[in-house]
Design a protein around this ligand. Sequence first.
Ligand code: NAI
Length: 462
Amino acid sequence: MFDLIVIGAGPGGYVAAIRAAQLGLKVACVEKSRTLGGTCLNVGCIPSKALLDSSELYHLATHRFSQHGIQVGDVTLDLGKMLARKDGIVKSLTDGVAYLLKKNGIAHYPGSATLLGKGQVQVAGDKPTTLEARAIVLAAGSVSTPLPFMPTDGTQIVTSTEALCFSRVPSHLIVIGGGFIGLEIGSVWARLGAKVTVLEFLPRLLPANDAEVAFALQRSLQKQGLEIHLETKVTGTTKGSIRATVHAEQGGKAIDFQGDKVLVAVGRRPASDGLGLAEVGVQVETKSGRVVVNDHFETSAKGVYAIGDLIRGPMLAHKASEEGIAVAEWIAGKPGHVNYETIPSVIYTHPEVAAVGLTEEQLKEKGVRYKVGKFPFAATGRAKCLDDTEGFVKFLTDADSDRILGMHVIGPRASDMIAEGVLGMEFHATAEDIARTCHGHPTLSEAVGEAARAAWSKALSM
Ligand code: NAI
């Protein structure tokens, strides 16, 4: 008999299991994949960032080194080695999760879990067994949303999983969906020499991001050679021996695109099938497939909780981890806490895009009186030294109280710099608080200080 069974060992599940064990609970964790770490570590965040970093270095070597006075001659790509490096990073991190489970005394059950009711979980696998616990946390994550008229085949029409392992650089990659996955994976292969065409259904990229930032990213990606077609509705595909033809509609007219690889990246849906949810009374939203939970992540079945991509909110690894920590704390009888107002999002394109809080469009819609403070990286010494001056930092603040309502960054290392806005918002900071915080010189973070100063009063170096 366990105190807690966690189903799924992704960044939601393994974090919940570790936190519960730290709080003294007897914990089991069931995972059906061969390796721990879920989508994020195995086929998502980590391998994609490994390839984004490698391909950025390749791009720098082929396009930018000469501006620094570095002549490198012929730069060649060893794709096999690049992919092996990525696999090595994944292995070290997934092994790290296995180590952490062991270190915290968590029983790892490999196999596929199904709820049986009354705190029981059946584990099918090499060693079938039935486990029992006082509480169960569902952390089964999500799977790629298929296009019903375009089944993936793993070779020509693929999901992100296969697109992270192409054994040669595609000559023309067609990306369906201009969201996080499409733009990141499209960037990798474009930097390595592929022609990349992005087909997006909506009139703009990244509808959840601040429009000014999304347009700046679009312009930048187009400058890098990505072809972006907005308001383009994909309707079908015809597979050929070497190329596939993607059929679409643009402004009421039919248009075809031909490529040797087609990536379908039109979103993800909760992996709520096959867990036996209906049988034990766990309510699932019909349209979205999301598990319904209360404020403490408990489902409609008592003692069964759900977190991460299975439930409402953005499908982000760090959001799942926050929920994993909070649910473990609640189950252990302690206070838990997730602040949904301060969950950052990051897109690892070049330039990177990062955001926290509300966008200008959302503030207008809510009728909030706000101020904008912006500062371009081109006006900072460090960005000039890096030869990476594209982009800006943008603060949105309450016009009356000066409180930060949103921070949006497009530019070098936006992924790391957003942390200052997250911390500021967590502590209800004003723009003046950030402006009066000393930022090291010369750093990229000076743009954060200056943008805050611009929102509160006036930037010094503009
Ligand atoms: P997404 O929801 O970010 O983007 C999908 C895009 O496809 C949308 O813009 C949508 O309008 C478009 N689309 C849908 N149907 C279409 C059609 N028939 N034709 C053309 N366009 C169509 O989903 P994505 O990129 O697949 O990512 C899935 C999830 O994974 C997201 O929730 C994302 O937050 C998460 N993720 C996060 C990353 C990060 O934090 N850096 C990286 C990758 C994924």
